[in-house]
Ligand binder design. Structure first.
Ligand code: 3PG
Length: 307
């Protein structure tokens, strides 16, 4: 079988060689499409691929249609909002993710972002410490749990809101469960977002929640830009000159936000949450193993689309 690794943002070299080793040991070939600059390059490259490994690369209906032999797509990472699941399901193509494999890298970045914003974006002036501050974790999944543990180790108080996780799970990890998302925003100096982009969460973070935050509140987004209502974020930042926003995924109007709000907002130049060699190796190799196992045994563990 031919496995195409299509990564606009390439994996570390060690991850690519690990993927090749695993695929070849399973009797498969690997083709690489890295740093591509147009969707047409992906359309051409998938034409004869049996399996596809991607990161945030957009696997649209058009891509699926162009991939006549495609049987499996693995998103080397957590969020699969970049893949047209319906198009895959209609063709009987299995879609998987690799949950947890890059979570530590993202969690470390979330903590780094809190410190960066507390220290004037590393520019001169008196900052503050995160020790003793309260952080609210919005969604207690793989990344949220790691941020909670690291924040506690740094002396922060940790609260979490997740309607899908039992409060006893949070309590067992020293985290205070919030009865509502509103209660959490009202109580926390930092909110760290770890929700996926779904029809339910899109534009769900806006003026009402943000303006509940205490003085100096800071929203940390290592999740997705789509969960933010940007117009309302801008209004909240304008009405509350103490609020701050840091994101790993630039807003659509990021340049405008930067100009209006200066050091109160910051966006990384390119999404870097999972940009560590460790995360690339963990997620990339897991993706390769999942594909080899699927072809060998039909195992569909981690399938995310309807069967
Ligand atoms: C994920 O969903 O796994 C993260 O957002 C990382 O995405 P990336 O692989 O594009 O860096």
């Amino acid at each position: 079988m031919k496995i195409l690794v299509a990564t606009e943002k390439p994996f570390a070299a060690a991850a690519v060689s690990g993927i090749k080793e695993i695929a070849q040991a399973g009797g498969h070939d690997v083709a690489l499409l890295e740093k591509y600059t147009s969707p047409e390059q992906l359309l051409k490259a998938v034409a004869d691929a049996d399996a596809l490994i991607v990161r945030s690369d957009k696997v649209t209906r058009e891509v699926v249609n162009a991939a006549k032999n495609l049987k499996i797509v693995v998103r080397a990472g957590a969020g699969y909002d970049n893949i047209c699941l319906d198009a895959c399901t209609e063709r009987g193509i299995v879609v998987m993710n690799t949950p947890g494999q890059n979570s530590n890298a993202v969690a470390e970045l979330a903590i780094a972002m809190m410190i960066f914003m507390s220290r004037n974006c590393f520019t001169p002036g008196t900052g503050s410490e995160i020790k003793g501050k309260k952080v609210g974790i919005q969604a207690f999944g793989n990344v949220g749990k790691l941020v909670a543990a690291k924040a506690r180790a740094l002396g922060m108080e940790v609260m979490a809101f997740d309607p899908f996780v039992d409060s006893s799970v949070m309590e067992s990890e020293g985290v205070t469960p919030a009865a509502s998302v509103e209660e959490m925003y009202a109580a926390c100096d930092f909110i760290s977002l770890h929700i996926p982009a779904t029809p339910q969460t899109k534009e769900s973070i806006g003026y009402d929640l943000l303006t509940r935050m205490p003085a100096g509140g800071c929203l940390v987004n290592t999740a997705r830009k789509e969960v933010i209502n940007e117009a309302e974020l801008e209004k909240a930042l304008a009405d509350r000159p103490d609020l701050k926003y840091i994101t790993d995924i630039s807003a659509v109007h990021q340049a405008e936000l930067d100009e209006k709000f200066g050091k109160r907002v910051f966006a990384t130049p390119k999404k870097m949450g999972a940009e560590t060699a460790e995360a690339n190796i963990n997620a990339g190799l897991a993706a390769a193993r999942q594909i080899v196992e699927y072809f060998a045994t039909g195992c569909t563990r981690f399938q995310v689309n309807a069967r």
